[in-house]
Design a protein around this ligand. Structure first.
Ligand code: UN1
Length: 517
């Protein structure tokens, strides 16, 4: 615990002080149902990926602990759904205020635990705040439609009711923002929830739960923000199989999502899946190359290539390919790699030693399949899980370029025909995010048309990552089809009821059916 973190304001704060400020102890409970449960499972230790040093531990929850949390969440739901939606919004407004107060320490803990650089750690808490602000507005806008009835003196309309306790499974790379995408919307929708964070990032989840619970207590609100940290099979499967949870929202790998989707579908539950991406970025020969370079750099190197929206495939028009590659190699050489909490760092470590091995295996596979490394390709010999950001030129789409490797590897392909490259771009299993850099509106519109990018997100002159929360976030095909955050994603967290009301003295039947004695 001797590590010191340098804050941007120049003051030193020890890790111990940071943890104390956020209520993290040396050993923490792994389950919360309104109070912290005395969990007895195996000890899980969170490790700083920048140094390899342990941060703090969690006693994991068992299936029995899960059951207790689920019952409590059901009880909390029964109360919370009777609060009006604007009064639920008021609680979420206060959550936004509390998160503003804790932006700095929580952002630091994000960087400490998952290794994303400080500006991104703070940005992640900002994303929570933005989500909460958005959800406050939503709490007065959970609109249903009214329809004209075909029957006289009848009125037809729909309304949206709270859905139930829901399950939220999140990944290590956005350890708190993705909870907020779900939790803030679910809260105004009238749902309670059980959060199962990644085993790699349990501490940020505990800190967030503490912050959220304080807000609930201040408002005498039921404990709707519950937490369970435990084994993927014992706890994860208990949750996905649980008929008490009408919705499971899961973020993570395609393999995980497929399993969650199957289990939830077999009990006819609803799942919201946000899974892998294999995001492509096209640079036309009419593009602003300075913009394109900045977009590629943040998309491919930002978060050390560990976003589901990371740019993984770069398609360069033949006329600008040589120049752009040269500029890219030069830019890669200037990326400052180091401790995630050092404000100078642009690229932090990978999350685990295993992630480094997976990256090295992918680089070997790419080489064996005909790829040529233009930059990087190696581990960096220092404590922590550091690697070089890597550029690999490939002659064509290869088996490895159809896979998502959660690391900073960018595959580069060249093209000269827009229709052909769009087809190539779309010929991977995943469909999350995509981008084109062009100053020609015909090229831009071609990319956004129904015959263009097949992804859930398609951008022009903006990279593939870093989406704002106001839009619906998610993708097609193996990405799972779910949509979270803004737009009308709230509908997934509610149940729709269609109401037909007869204020007349007759009982006419629809479709002109007669049924008289
Ligand atoms: C993820 O990597 O799971 O668009 C989410 C982005 C972020 C969210 C990424 N706002 O890159």
């Amino acid at each position: 615990m001797s590590t010191h973190t340098q804050s941007p304001s120049g003051t030193d704060q020890s890790v111990a002080e940071l943890l104390a400020e956020l209520g993290i102890e040396a050993e923490n409970s792994g389950a919360f149902d309104g109070s912290w449960i005395d969990t007895k499972g195996e000890l899980l230790t969170a490790v700083n990926p920048s140094t390899g040093e342990p941060i703090a531990s969690v006693r994991q929850a068992s299936a029995a602990d899960y059951d207790r949390v689920a019952s409590a969440s059901q009880e909390a739901f029964a109360v919370w759904r009777t609060w009006t939606a604007p009064s639920r919004g008021e609680v979420v407004r206060q959550l936004a205020e509390e998160l503003r107060k804790y932006k700095e320490p929580l952002g630091r803990l994000v960087s400490l635990e998952c290794g994303k650089v400080l500006s991104e750690g703070l940005g992640e808490v900002q994303e929570m705040i933005d989500m909460a602000d958005l959800a406050v507005g939503m709490s007065r806008q959970l609109f249903g439609l009214t329809m004209h009835s075909e029957r006289p003196q009848h009125r037809m309309y729909e309304q949206w009711h709270p859905l139930g306790p829901i399950g939220i499974i999140t990944a290590f790379n956005f350890p708190v923002a993705v909870w907020a995408w779900n939790a803030t919307v679910a809260a105004v929708a009238g749902d309670s929830m059980i959060w199962k964070p990644s085993e790699i990032t349990p501490l940020t989840a505990i800190a967030t739960t503490r912050i959220a619970q304080r807000v609930l207590e201040r408002n005498d609100a039921p404990p709707i923000f519950n937490l369970i940290i435990g084994d993927r099979i014992e706890v994860g499967e208990s949750m996905t199989k649980d008929r008490r949870l009408p919705l499971i929202s899961a973020t993570g790998s395609v393999a995980m999502g497929r399993r969650v989707g199957e289990v939830v579908a077999s009990r006819l539950g609803r799942s919201l899946l946000e899974l892998g991406g294999n995001n492509g970025l096209l640079v036309m020969d009419d593009a602003d190359l300075d913009l394109a370079l900045a977009g590629v750099l943040f998309g491919a190197v930002g978060t050390a290539g560990q976003r589901c929206t990371t740019t993984r495939r770069l398609f360069l028009h033949k006329n600008i390919a040589e120049e752009f590659k040269a500029r890219l190699v030069k830019a890669y050489g200037s990326v400052r790699i180091g401790d995630a909490l050092d404000p100078n760092t642009l690229m932090g470590p990978l999350v685990t030693a295993k992630a480094v091995d997976v990256m090295m295996d992918a680089i070997e596979a790419a080489k064996a399949q005909g790829g040529k490394v233009l930059y990087g390709g190696k581990r960096i010999d220092r404590p922590g899980n550091f690697v070089e950001p890597t550029l690999i030129e490939v002659p064509e789409q290869l088996p490895i370029t159809c896979d998502e490797t959660f690391a900073p590897i960018l595959y580069i392909l060249e093209f000269d025909d827009l229709d052909e490259v769009i087809a190539l771009h779309n010929s991977v299993p995943q469909g999350l995010s995509s981008a084109i850099f062009t100053l020609n509106m015909r090229h831009a519109e071609r990319f956004l048309a129904a015959t263009g990018s097949d992804c859930g997100i398609a951008n022009v002159n903006i990279g593939t990552s870093g989406a704002e929360i106001g839009g619906a976030f998610g993708g097609e095909k193996d990405t799972g089809g779910g949509r979270e955050a803004g737009s009308d994603a709230w509908k997934l967290y509610m149940r729709r009821q269609t109401n037909t009301l007869n204020w007349g003295t007759e009982l006419p039947l629809a479709q002109g059916v007669e049924f008289n004695l």
